[in-house]
Design a protein around this ligand. Structure first.
Ligand SMILES: *Cc1c(COP(=O)(O)O)cnc(C)c1O
Length: 396
């Protein structure tokens, strides 16, 4: 039986390779950080991690995790509702709610699960989900798992959202769902306008803060802080795997009845293991740190501003961004790959994206800034971009 299937898979793998879309993993042999070393022996400056606050290798989080390892052991061997909840899990849920100004929180093994498990328990075929066209894959999958009527609006296009809301007036309840920051451009969802339209057309709002929590807003509380809407949206999802320490874990936070029902019915919560206590302990320390001082958020904002400013001065075409994501537009797919490969030779690790990850003829290099970067790192990256940009005739 396997032989024909094996041929079938090999054909697909060949197609992927021939299209130049085969994904290779680069192997890192040091902790995640601004300076990393690959198994090839090459030392590079890392500009493609979601390590926005530089917490992946933060001594305070490591200390909290080690202490929890001693006090609580390694794993929970259970889903939350049977015997997989410690006081650390409960405490972290409370801290996340305080952080976002919401009522209650539910932890998941990942934000992919939070998004996968949020729609189906809450909405039925009588209801409507109105989703941004560029929402994360996990939102798309979560929406597929629920029976609500689906509406889609073009990325951050408020006219289109209004049209879709009008079309959805027949349904009982309406939920608008958007990423806070869209990861390919770094643009922030216009949440102020979304909430206005939600009020006008009687809809609820859900924001996925995965790329915006810790990053956007003066104190890193995400897009609800940026637009002064703390506590005003019904549902927020997010990850512990990006700015918030970078290990693993996700959450849904929001109105308490929503969280309470998810605790009863959300399948990734009911049927999947809980995060280990050491991750919960480090998460608590992370929220404490972000509450005590704004140092990391400030540093990230300074670094992003500095880098984008320098790159713009050099004449690079940068997508408008309010996040720590900087998309350097090259438009041509091959050029984006060549550019990224040259930068790697210069010791700068970034990723070139092209169709189908971004629209056709919109190839780019995505740079992700971090509070872990020092000015010297940023200067090195800028001069590598300058050198390569001139060589490849992208800038003059
Ligand atoms: C990264 C990401 C996720 C997935 O988060 P995990 O915790 O890694 O599963 C979900 N939504 C968005 C918008 C993301 O960027």
């Amino acid at each position: 039986m396997y032989t024909p299937f094996q041929d079938h898979l090999k054909n697909q793998l060949n197609e992927i390779t021939e299209a130049g879309l085969y994904k290779n993993e680069r192997i890192i042999i040091t902790p995640q950080g601004a300076e990393i070393e690959l198994n090839t022996g090459q030392k590079v400056l890392n500009f493609c991690a979601n390590n926005y606050l530089g917490l992946s290798n933060n001594p305070n989080l490591i200390e909290a995790a080690k202490a929890a390892l001693d006090d609580y052991g390694y794993g929970m061997s259970s889903v939350r509702f049977i015997c997989g909840t410690t006081d650390l899990h409960k405490k972290l849920e409370g801290r996340i709610a305080e952080f976002f100004g919401t009522e209650d929180t539910l932890l998941y093994a990942a934000c992919f699960d939070a998004n996968g498990g949020v729609f189906e328990p809450l909405l039925t075929s009588e209801d409507a989900v109105i989703s941004d066209a560029l929402n994360h894959a996990s939102i798309i999958d979560g929406v597929r798992l629920c029976k609500a009527q689906r509406y889609r609006y073009e990325n951050s296009d408020m006219e289109d959202l209004e049209t879709q809301l009008q079309l959805a007036q027949e349904q009982r309840f309406r939920l608008i769902v958007t990423d806070g920051v869209f990861s390919m451009d770094g643009n922030v969802a216009p949440l102020d306008k979304i909430v206005e339209l939600a009020d006008k057309y009687n809809a609820m709002v859900m924001v996925d803060e995965s790329h915006s929590a810790g990053v956007v807003g003066d104190t890193g509380r995400g897009v609800t802080e940026l637009y002064n809407l703390k506590g005003k949206v019904e549902i927020i999802t997010g990850t512990l795997g990006k700015a918030f320490g970078g290990a693993i874990g996700g959450f849904t936070t929001g109105k308490k009845e929503i969280i309470e029902l998810l605790r009863q019915r959300s399948r990734p919560y009911l049927f999947s293991n809980s995060i280990p206590p050491l991750v919960a302990a480090a998460g608590i320390r992370m929220v404490d740190m972000m509450t005590e001082t704004n140092e990391l958020q400030d540093k990230l904002h300074q670094n992003s501003g500095y880098f984008i400013n320098k790159m713009t001065q050099l004449g690079f075409d940068i997508k408008p961004t309010k996040s720590a994501i900087c998309a350097v537009m090259l438009y041509d797919a091959k050029l984006s790959q060549k550019f990224a490969a040259r930068l790697l030779k210069e010791g700068i690790y970034v990723t070139g994206f092209y169709y189908p990850v971004v629209p056709k003829n919109q190839a780019r290099i995505r740079v992700q800034l971090s509070a872990a970067h020092q000015i010297e790192h940023l200067d090195q990256a800028v001069s590598a971009f300058e050198k390569t940009g001139k060589e490849l005739k992208v800038i003059k």
